[in-house]
Structure formats: C-alpha cells, structure tokens
Design a protein. Structure first.
Length: 311
C-alpha cells in the first residue's frame, strides 16, 4: 500500500472491529461502484484512471484483510505506525517547550520519559512475534479443523503436541528412565529417596505421554515450523539488542557527548544507558561514566525487559 492517511479499513469503509463477513460484503459493494468494466463509455480518461487506481487499492485492502494472518500482521503495523506518529508528535512538542538553559545537556536527552517510551517500544516489538505466531496457529487449526474435531483433548492454540512416532519415542524414553530409577531404590536411604522421586516423576511423564492425544504428522510439522519461526525471530531480535549494547560498551567514554547522544534514537539511548550501567558494574566506573548515567532513573525499568537478555 502506498503511503497514505487511509488505512485498508478506511478504504473499505469499515472499522478494525469488522468481521470477515463485513469485509466481503463491503468489497462486493465497492466493486459494483468502482469496477472499470461498469463505467459508461463516455467516462473521461482522467476519471477512468482515478477509478482504476481506486479499484486497485480496494483489491489490495481486501486481499490483506480477508486473510486472518495477514490482517493481524497489518493491525500490528498500524499500531506501530500510530506509536511512531505519537513519538514524532511528542518530540515536536518537546522541542517547542524545552528549557533553553539545558540546550546542551546529556541529561536532557536521557530523561526518564524518553527511556520509558523506548522500553515500551521494545516490549511492543517483542510481542509482535507471539501475536503473529498465534495467528499462524489459528490458521493452521482452521486448515485441519476436521482432524482436530476427532481429538477430544485438543486445546485450541496449543502447540505442545505429538504425533504417533514422537509419542512412541517419548514413551520409550520415559519408561527406560523410570526403569533405571527403579534400580536405585534398594541402594540405601539417600539413593532410595532419589530413586523413588525419579521413579514417580518419570512414571507420571510416561502415563501423560501414553494418554496424550495423537495428531497427524503433517499438522504437527506445520505447528512445529510456526513455533520454530517464532523462536528464531525472538532470538534474532534479542541478539540484535545485545549486539547494540555491546557496541555501546566498546565506545570510548570521551566520545559519548551531547552531539553523539542527540543523534541516537530513543531506543538506542535506552541501550546506551544499559551499556554504560554494565560498564560501570564491570569496571567500577570512572567519574565521567557516573556523570553520564546519573540521570537514568529508568534503569530500574530495564530489569523487566533487558535483564534476562543481556546477561
């Protein structure tokens, strides 16, 4: 879709709460009005061109919104764009009302509100992977709906599933582990306790596997591929964050000045603060580092999102 103030929902005359039936109904109605073949022969060329372009946009909107996965991905992109626009507006208002006396202050560039907004954006980006994955699972379940109706214990949206070959493999594994644990039981008090504990654990896992429903191999394969795609995306996302943090950790302290920080996005400013905090912890920090990060009251927020991925 070309850059436009109109969303695909606007093009079809709908809201983002519309149903699949609403989308199809709106598309059919618009085709009656905008299809080039229905134009009178005397229609001017300029009008024909406009209507043809409009019809192409209507087709584009319909193709995206009629599919659940592409629609959810599009909704995510809309929300992201709204967030970016709000950030642009915030920066514009911020520039209007900023205090001239702090014109060249790094503290001004690393104030808490900026770092908090960056953290929210990072959290939003990470959640996209799971949202797209859930939409993929939903599409796969619709594709195999007849098969899933035969699985009495199936939980919609679940991806911890096995086919017959995987079930056999897991059952043998847990059964063998329980058998080994059984040999520890008569070997003294301590080993006996461990043996009974392992026997109970592997016994429960064995029973759960034996009693679990069996899915078709092709269904399991598609679900596993969707999960692997989600996991790879998350790993790459977190690796890019860690890479950026490591980059900032390697920059000489004297190079981190007002001009350098001003050119960074709010996202990079947050990661810069995290990098400086790690450097301070590792090197016990020199005064210039402490001076730079003393304004980062939002450091505590990083533990929520970045603490587990930057260790």
């Amino acid at each position: 879709m070309k850059e436009s103030k109109e969303s695909y929902y606007d093009v079809l005359g709908l809201t983002d709460r519309c149903t699949k039936e609403d989308i199809k109904r709106a598309y059919i109605e618009l085709c009656k009005n905008y299809h080039p073949d229905k134009l009178p022969s005397e229609t001017p060329e300029g009008a024909r061109k406009f209507i043809a372009e409009r019809m192409a946009l209507i087709n584009e909107a319909y193709e995206v919104l009629k599919d659940e996965v592409s629609r959810k991905s599009y909704n995510i992109s809309i929300n992201s764009r709204i967030y970016e626009n709000s950030q642009t507006e915030y920066k514009s208002n911020y520039q209007e009302h900023r205090d001239p006396s702090r014109e060249n202050s790094i503290e001004d560039l690393l104030e808490q509100s900026i770092l908090e907004d960056a953290l929210k954006q990072l959290e939003f980006e990470e959640k996209q992977f799971d949202q797209i994955f859930r939409a993929s699972i939903s599409t796969i379940e619709k594709k195999y709906s007849k098969h899933l109706k035969t699985i009495k214990k199936h939980v919609p949206g679940s991806f911890d599933i096995v086919d017959s070959s995987m079930k056999l493999e897991k059952s043998i594994g847990y059964g063998f582990a329980a058998f080994i644990a059984l040999w520890l039981v008569p070997l003294g008090y301590a080993l006996s306790f461990v043996g009974w504990l392992l026997l109970i654990v592997f016994g429960i896992l064995f029973i759960q596997t034996i009693s679990s429903p069996v899915y078709r191999s092709d269904y399991v394969k598609e679900v596993k591929e969707a999960k692997a795609k989600r996991d790879i995306g998350v790993v790459q996302f977190k690796a890019s964050i860690n890479g950026r943090i490591n980059y900032f950790k390697g920059i000489p302290i004297h190079s981190i000045n007002y001009g350098f920080v001003r050119e960074l996005s709010s996202r990079d400013r947050l990661l810069l603060v995290k990098a400086l905090k790690q450097r301070e912890d590792a090197e016990q920090a020199e005064k210039s580092v402490q001076s730079t990060i003393k304004v980062a009251a939002a450091i505590g927020l990083l533990a929520i999102f970045l603490g587990s991925i930057s260790s």
